[in-house]
Design a protein around this ligand. Structure first.
Ligand code: ZN
Ligand code: FE
Length: 250
């Protein structure tokens, strides 16, 4: 199922148990983010291309947010199938599949006349990055989830907090493409630490209903997370550290 947003086409591609990979299109350019499962990814690309009745399946970029297997395992096979270029963080190249394009923080690519930009968002892992499509979309992997954030496997609270601030500073209309459907469990924790937040209560109720109906809770607009996500709302690294430690034990 595809969503049209600010001229972009966003296709959510569920994989493994609770991963979301994403296919983004703009003016004939296409990019696939975090292909854990090559077969599911290939099928999604073929279906999306059939849907717009283009001649021949086409994929320009395979974008990798970080080195964990549930985000990269299908990258080589997917890229080979469509002749796409694998893109990732130059600083983490040793842990990623062989990169065709290694970007530095702030590095950009042309994307159908729009700009595709990589920004460093370390914390979940040291080499984690997000991809910005124009000022409309952020593919943020396991850095930011709806109502939560990734586990702090490698970073420090200072580093992770700074990465979340970087995302929080984007346009509130930015559509967030997160790497996992963790929203329902995240909502339980968020409510426990911010029980008087009415926007959070409303989002939590909405999420419960969506999950009861078997619907995805993503993508989500940054504006929603700015009002509801306790990790994004943490004012200091210390506050972030307290929340992250509490969530790990929740
Ligand atoms: Zn991860
Ligand atoms: Fe993951």
């Amino acid at each position: 199922m595809s969503i049209a947003y600010a001229g972009f086409t966003i296709t959510r591609v569920p994989m493994l148990t609770d991963n979301y990979a994403w296919l983004v299109g703009y003016e004939g350019a296409t990019a696939f983010i975090d292909p854990a499962d090559a077969n599911a990814a290939i099928l999604a690309v073929e279906q999306a291309i059939l849907a717009v009745e283009q001649d021949g399946a086409k994929l320009d970029y395979v974008l990798l947010t970080h080195h964990h297997d549930d985000h990269i395992a299908g990258a080589k096979t997917l890229a080979a199938r469509f002749g796409a270029k694998i893109v990732g963080n130059e600083a983490d190249a040793a842990r990623l599949p062989s990169l065709d394009i290694a970007l530095k923080d702030g590095g950009t690519l042309d994307f159908g006349g729009s700009k595709l930009k990589m920004i460093a968002t370390p914390g979940h892992t040291n080499g984690h990055v997000a991809y910005l499509f124009g000022d409309a979309i952020a593919a943020c992997g396991d850095t930011l989830f709806s109502l939560g954030c990734g586990r702090m496997f490698e970073g420090t609270p200072e580093i992770f907090h700074a990465s979340l601030h970087r995302l929080a500073a984007l346009s509130p209309d930015t559509m967030l493409l997160c790497g996992h459907e963790y929203t329902l469990a995240n909502a339980r924790f968020a409510r426990s630490v911010d029980p008087d937040n009415e926007a959070l209560m409303a989002r939590a109720r909405e999420v419960e209903l969506m999950r009861q109906r078997g619907e995805p809770t993503l993508p989500v607009r940054l504006a929603v997370e700015l009002l509801t996500n306790p990790f994004l709302r943490a004012q200091t690294p210390e506050e972030f550290a307290r929340l992250r430690a509490a969530k790990d034990k929740f």
